[in-house]
Design a binder for this molecule. Sequence first.
Ligand code: NDP
Length: 487
Amino acid sequence: MNKILNYINGSYQEPITGEWLDNYNPSTGEVYSKISKSTSEDVENAYQAAKNAFPAWSNTTIEERSRILLKIADLIEANLDRLAQAEANDNGKPMSLAKAVDIPRASSNFRFFGNAITQFASEAHESVGLNTMNFTLRSPIGVVGCISPWNLPLYLFTWKVAPAIAAGNCVVAKPSEVTPMTAYLLGEILTEAGLPKGVLNIVHGTGPEAGQAIVAHPNIKAISFTGGTKTGEHIARTAAPMFKKLSLELGGKNPNLIFADCDYEKMLAVTVTSSFANQGQICLCGSRIYVEESISEKFKKDFVAKVSALKIGNPFDGDTTIGALVSKEHLEKVESYIEIAKNEGGKVLFGGERVLVKGFENGYYLQPTVIEVKDNNCRVQQEEVFGPVVTIMTFKTEEEALHLANDVKYGLSATVWTNNLNRTMRLSKQLEAGIVWINTWLNRDLRTPFGGMKDSGVGREGGFEALRFFTEPKNVCISYTDLPNNS
Ligand code: NDP
């Protein structure tokens, strides 16, 4: 059986304890590989490798760092099929999605930050009249930690490690133990691209053990984390007494506001995707639909018709749009929310049942589920389900829609469908979300700041924001004197 080894100091290594975790293929429900069950000792080895690599890497020219990142991007592209297949096996997502989105985006992350670092500059402030000049020196932090979740495995892993190394840091990184395969395969690519040993170390294992060891390590000075809000809270508690720099990208419960004056057909097609792409397991999915009352009956009918036509199947069928959920535990969690919603008065308009896929009978398949709710305070409206479950509520006025949208603890993203320009301006300002999409969804320009408000996170990544996070700014203030009058 394949073993998922740690990648430390430029080579693959078994975990020190010799213990392994089972890795499941969600589309079949079978264990298909073994994962290193790393402990704080493996993390320490990774840290030492990173520490030793730091002096040389942080003094490597920007051009050379950029060249290596671009080479990694090229190699990810060259391995598109292999990586997409690995992602589908490990995560349960349709291979077509991994091929169109996950793996190209992983490559883009390296390409983007390989280019961005060549344009990254810092500020100078002249104190006019005081004869002082300030400039900001931005240095890499040292050894940093990157921890990523299972929903977009290589996509989110590279979203963190690429800017971290571009900025001159060395990294100890941990992908989710639920989906470690593509991060494991990345090790080969890093070696082939000529990334110096120890610059990027990848440790596998559980969150509470390997992840916690990274966060608690006294000399890992910054943590970039994407995952659940509860885990983020725990990480913040662990890191706070050590005053670590933290970037937390956490959960979401994103509203999708549909006004009667929208471009209806475009809205309908995109809303199906924003509800169920990646089995609804994207932090940016629009899991709460609010639709203006005058079009609500038509919308419900048309939406259910489109959702019922989605093809649930094994990830390798070319026409599958909904694959398997990531794990048995997650499937059960999502099902429990469907029950909670029903018990709280929700009406299931479509779905809610497991699906048996021929030849893949033990896989974790669930119908896309549409639930009509009346009360914004019920749990399915307030808590993140993170699966193929979307709710629908109606509203009468823009004020009411805004109130319902903001009335949750999360603030990651929001989508608005309207052709009223004044309304788009009002709502973009008033919605409590780090990203507002108007008449579109998941449209990403990597230069833009990415992150959430409220319980959806702290800080922003993306573009120069990520490079700012991964560098330490220092103000240098120089006082100078004028030439003497008689000179
Ligand atoms: P988790 O919070 O369970 O895990 C995220 C990562 O943290 C995993 O690598 C996990 O390891 C690790 N981890 C768990 N416990 C600890 C700990 N005590 N210390 C350090 N690391 C730890 O999230 P999920 O993987 O379940 O991902 C789903 C969540 O991620 C959802 O809430 C979703 O909204 C959020 N998310 C947010 C995004 C954003 O950009 N805001 C984007 C994508 C997802 P392991 O899995 O091995 O236990």
